[in-house]
Design a protein around this ligand. Sequence first.
Ligand code: TXA
Ligand code: MG
Length: 355
Amino acid sequence: MDEGKQTRIIQVDPENPDIEKIRIAADVISMGKLVAFPTETVYGLGADAFNSEAVENIFIAKGRPSDNPLIVHIARREDIKALTSHSPSVADVLISQFWPGPLTLIFPRSPQVPDPVTSGLSTVAIRMPDHIIALALIEEAGTPIAAPSANISGKPSTTTASHVIEDLFGRVDIIVDGGQPFLGVESTVLDITTPVPTLLRPGGIPIEELRRVLGRVDVDLKIDDSLDSPPRSPGMKYKHYSPNAELILVEGKDKWRKVQQLASKLRGQGKAVGIMATSENAGKYKSSYVAMVGSEKDLSGIAANLFSTLRKFDEKGMDVVIAESVSEQGLGFAVMNRLRKAANKIISSDFGVGI
Ligand code: TXA
Ligand code: MG
């Protein structure tokens, strides 16, 4: 692993971005190098989408399996043409409603897209981010930018520049520090190559909003890599978003009692126990490290804090983290999807006490 790269950190004010600084980063993209940058969802780790070798270096920098394809980020609607063989008719209404924004669409791929971007699939994932720095970077680079989330593979995505630095310093050429992405969870991934549009990953655009526009939307969140058929969104089969600590997710009614019981039991076994709690329940937990993720009534607040809260438990050296579940409505669907994928164990408070 090349951890010997000189990484330059460039601060850009998202309220009033200095275009000269963005040009420095854009030139580095044009040279086939790697730039971490903010989007409205999470930080991305970008390279010129038409430069095969540069894209391969993204996989090396993240330690990402090569069969997990990347999202191509564009700044103008017409950029789709060079990336796709055709655009399904449903794309128009989705693009006019949700772009720029946290919706990634899966299109049939053009042969011009280098193989490493799509991991050899016949489709390509495209989105237009709703972030002034990301859009300016793509414009100035004059090329679409392929970018996964800017974290070491398997770790929680990054929502602060300091987390990007923690994971990627020495592995990328530039980190653009543009403050905190405002959503905190990644984009929704929607396959529009199927007769009925199919949700492959819940994210920043809630499924309720997609159904309002499209009527029917199917859901396929296959995460079981023991299945013979490959998962539709290859990234979904890997364990993800995980802190180093073991993560136990508690779902069901009255979950705080179950969380409290579990915490005492694990502390009795000598473990350092952290609890990820909603503000409604945080005060009920005794003698464990408690990190508040937000109010149950504000799922967008919980989404915004989710990944940085998960990282806090590692900073505090916890052995086990017990997380409360939240509602699956709106952004809660994305939050619960990430928690389930990060969890080593999922238990329901509706059954017995043992684990
Ligand atoms: O918000 C986001 O989407 C962030 C920011 C940086 O844009 N990016 C992001 O990228 O989350 P990544 O690589 O961490 O997740 C991309 C997801 C993976 O689950 C991947 O398998 C899926 O999109 N994907 C990419 N290309 C695909 C394709 N052709 N077909 C199906 N799924 C695809
Ligand atoms: Mg990711």
